[in-house]
Design a binder for this molecule. Sequence first.
Ligand code: GLV
Length: 294
Amino acid sequence: MRLVRLTVHVLAEVPERVLAALERDFELVPGPEGAAGLVAIPGIPVDAALLDTAGPELRIVANYAVGLDNVDLDAARERGIVVTNTPDVLTRATAEHALALLLALVRRVAEGDRLIRARKPWRLGPTFMLGHGLEGRTLGVVGAGRIGRELGRLAEALGMRVVLAGRGDPLDEVLAADVVSLHCPFTSETRHLIREETLARMRSDAVLVNTSRGPVVDEDALVRALRAGSIAGAALDVFENEPAVHPGLLELDNVVLTPHLGSATAEAREAMGMLCVEALRAVLLEGRTPPNAV
Ligand code: GLV
């Protein structure tokens, strides 16, 4: 039995059960210095400087997310540090959130809520606050990974036709869909994938949904397209300069915004945390590489 427990630094508050599991096996420390493990989250860069602050004891960065754009993977590799993520357990939660955003947008849920809270007079009527249905519409998925394909399955249950870029369907066909939903990772190739030129290839009655990463969309170009009516609306869970939100988006009623809640169900977040704990145990206590190492 180990006399001195290995130390882990956690960059964010975690659910109680996850905290208890971490505390069972590790000593949690308030800073990265000398830690053997780090639990990271999106929005806090794990770069060479942070890895060097942690020092040579650091053997694993367990990212509490499926996206890894916050971690400098090259810097970790150079230092022999294992990096893990949390795939699968958040797939349904994130696909459901994309669908929730889409329904909120096309059925004007947030707009209606704002109207009522503003105490404005209203009355049911045949032409009052009409939205659009999804049955028979086409969903274009950019990034045909686990989450994009899961959203495709949910959308098919609603009677939508699904086209998947990254799975054979050309990007042009996906951009021509009624709904374009982004599910690609953020890399140098996908930065501003949605920009003036790609927005111009969307239909004027189409909507954009983004639950991937903010910088996949050029927000200036998106605001211009929404103002000009060259697309009909946007539902966004992630932002280019998160947590800041482009002021132009805040002024538009055909935009629905949520604060990066894609995987934010109690169930998914607990399962993600337990995957992090298992990865830390595998690397630090059992000397093996966990299956979710990248
Ligand atoms: C959250 O954004 C994730 O990548 O899991």
